[in-house]
Design a protein around this ligand. Structure first.
Ligand SMILES: Nc1ncnc2c1ncn2[C@@H]1O[C@H](COP(=O)(O)OP(=O)(O)O)[C@@H](O)[C@H]1O
Ligand SMILES: [Mg+2]
Length: 268
């Protein structure tokens, strides 16, 4: 993807200009910042050339050949959602929906309604019957992101769905039709420790962790950094209609060796 540089004068001061300032100020020092106005698009493949990435591509293809539940672990920003989408896209369910839901930061009652749906009149704003995301994922995959944040009560409800395959919408007297959704979950938490502490159900942990995929942080696969940086800057340049500014060898070296890369490859 190549950025197009035209119409600069007409555009005046805009996010793209700030972006360019930001690219420029990042060279050759190591304090590159991406303005909050920019988002890195979710890629449709795992970019990188490290042995770890090659191994991960194999694990993803292997998971895609089965219909088993997958638990994806790794720090924030390592590409767990990219991997989950790839498992779906390469699986026999690829023509069905891929439905992501973030289990963190959503109040429990809202998460329950989001997951299971509700019937009309079951709470104040429930004006009509509504399907939850589990139902929407029928014949496709549901991606339960940040599953480690789920309350014990929600874990119990999820477990019941996993055991029976049936959904009971909030306010419904009984379970509805069976739902056929492949479950892919992800977490940046040490779930096994949570199991030992008692904050994550053992039975749910084993139900979800049939296939496990671990994505190591970027600091443990530094050879992926130049290729990721190039890809992101290229995407951002295209997004903001700017020419790709290029990267010096020195910038590559500093990013690879001097930064600590705690979690995210780039701030998003
Ligand atoms: N190896 C990778 N290949 C391609 N894109 C990646 C890779 N690692 C991270 N990203 C990008 O970084 C951002 C964060 O990735 P995401 O999958 O949401 O991480 P996580 O779910 O682990 O927090 C996304 O824009 C994603 O496209
Ligand atoms: Mg994520």
């Amino acid at each position: 993807m190549q950025g197009r540089g035209g119409n600069d004068a007409a555009r005046g001061s805009c996010a793209a200009d700030r972006a360019e300032t930001s690219y420029r100020s990042s060279f050759p020092d190591t304090t590159m910042t991406i303005p909050l106005t920019m988002t890195i698009p979710l890629t449709n493949r795992l970019i990188g050339r490290s042995a770890a990435i090659h191994g991960l591509r194999d694990e993803v293809s292997c998971a895609a050949r089965s219909d088993a539940k997958v638990l994806i672990t790794g720090e924030s920003g390592v590409g767990k959602e990219v991997a989950a989408r790839l498992v779906h896209d390469q699986s026999a369910r690829r023509n069905g929906p891929f439905v992501p839901i973030n289990c963190a930061g959503v109040p429990e009652t809202l998460l329950e309604a989001e997951l299971f749906g509700h019937v009309r009149g079951s709470f104040t704003d429930a004006y009509r019957d509504r399907a939850g995301v589990l139902e929407s994922a029928h014949r496709g995959s549901i991606f339960l992101d940040e599953i480690g944040e789920m309350s014990l009560r929600m874990q119990g409800l999820l477990l019941r769905f996993l055991e029976t395959g049936e959904i009971q919408r909030i306010g419904a007297g009984r379970a509805g039709a069976a739902v056929d959704a492949r479950v892919i979950a992800a977490t940046n938490r040490p779930l096994r420790e949570h199991v030992e502490e008692g904050s994550f159900r053992t039975d749910l942990y084993y139900r979800l962790n049939v296939l496990s995929i671990y994505l190591p942080p970027l600091r443990e696969r530094r050879s992926d950094i130049p290729i990721l940086v190039r890809r992101f800057i290229r995407d951002l340049s295209a997004q903001h209609d700017r020419p790709f500014p290029g990267l010096s060898a020195e910038a590559d070296r500093s990013r690879q060796t001097r930064l600590r890369w705690p979690a995210r490859p780039l701030a998003t």
